[in-house]
Design a protein around this ligand. Sequence first.
Ligand SMILES: C=C1C[C@]23C[C@@]1(O)CC[C@H]2[C@@]12CCC[C@@](C)(C(=O)O1)[C@H]2[C@@H]3C(=O)O
Ligand SMILES: O=C(O)CCC(=O)C(=O)O
Ligand SMILES: [Fe+2]
Length: 351
Amino acid sequence: MGILSEAYRDDPVKQDLIVPLDFSTIKEVPESHAWPKLYDDEDKALDQLKACISSIPVIDLEDPNALDNIYDACVTWGMFQVINHGIPLDLLDQMELEANKLFNLPFEQKKKVVRSPEEAIGYGYPRITPFFSKLMWNEGFTIMGNSYVQHAIKLWPNHFQGFCGVMEEYQTRMKDLGNKLMGLFLKSLNIPESTIKWEDRDLCTALHLNSYPACPDPTQTMGLAPHTDTFLFTILHQSGNASGLQVLKDGPGWVSVDPYPGALVVNVGDLLHIISNARFPSAVHRAVVNNEKQRLSFAYFYGPPLDFQVSPFTDYPGCEGPCFTSLKVKEYVSIKSKYLDLALSLVKKSD
Ligand SMILES: C=C1C[C@]23C[C@@]1(O)CC[C@H]2[C@@]12CCC[C@@](C)(C(=O)O1)[C@H]2[C@@H]3C(=O)O
Ligand SMILES: O=C(O)CCC(=O)C(=O)O
Ligand SMILES: [Fe+2]
């Protein structure tokens, strides 16, 4: 965790772009959060139609064809939903309870654990906020390793164990699932496991809880602006049957990724895009909000150790050479935190 902060230290975020609005007091979308109109009724109807015609695949990890299905989904969407993933459903329920407990605290309480400008852990707007002229309808809480302990003690001095126990268990289970998925990604790309080796304890992982409060006019604001995730891949739980996640696809445009009962969403991030030599797209996604109820999502980011050298794998039929320069994870994180969307093109090899 300390080392990841080093990658961010050069680009501290201004305090007013970290501390969220007290959404509980807001009756209409303020100018600061008003994005160009996102959609109207016609667009919404079209979105529903698109979701019926083409939707991201739901893959059963116990299906004998899981590997081929993962490959196809990654090439086509950079994203899929997964069932039979081994994460107990009651753990997901407990996560929802604990996340609700956190986000429904009085605003003054939550401010006690605000992220500091050069850090990644704690409460605040998404880290990508400085890249946009408008603020997002989102409050988040980032955990790395056991960073949640110091924060939980500040929030609930006498009752922090419940929150801590659930965060610890969730991260342990997510790491196991992450290791399993990593093996499947490598197999599906025909990359020998021996070429990509690291110690489990050195992995760079983070758990980020997102809360999107119910919004008086969802067409006017953005829950989470379009972005790609930085690390290898992300495992996302969307809570309470509330839609909001959308993925950008050539052709149809923004396609909703509606929650599928018991499924987790998995999306390709920038580092897997590089390792796959651009065979797997890093999924561009965003989250929109609704006016009925608060929506929660939990994103687990799975990344290699920060000193790991990331190189495109080029030993496959039809490969015309590496599309990217090879670089350390921490170098890429630093480029991403400075240039966001441009980061991938900056590490692209020129023809
Ligand atoms: C490990 C990380 C990935 C993340 C930046 C972070 O340091 C912690 C929060 C993560 C998050 C969650 C919301 C979307 C996102 C783009 C952001 O602003 O913060 C991701 C970051 C990422 O993938 O780069
Ligand atoms: O809330 C969602 O559905 C998306 C969250 C996300 O993209 C992220 O945390 O990186
Ligand atoms: Fe994301």
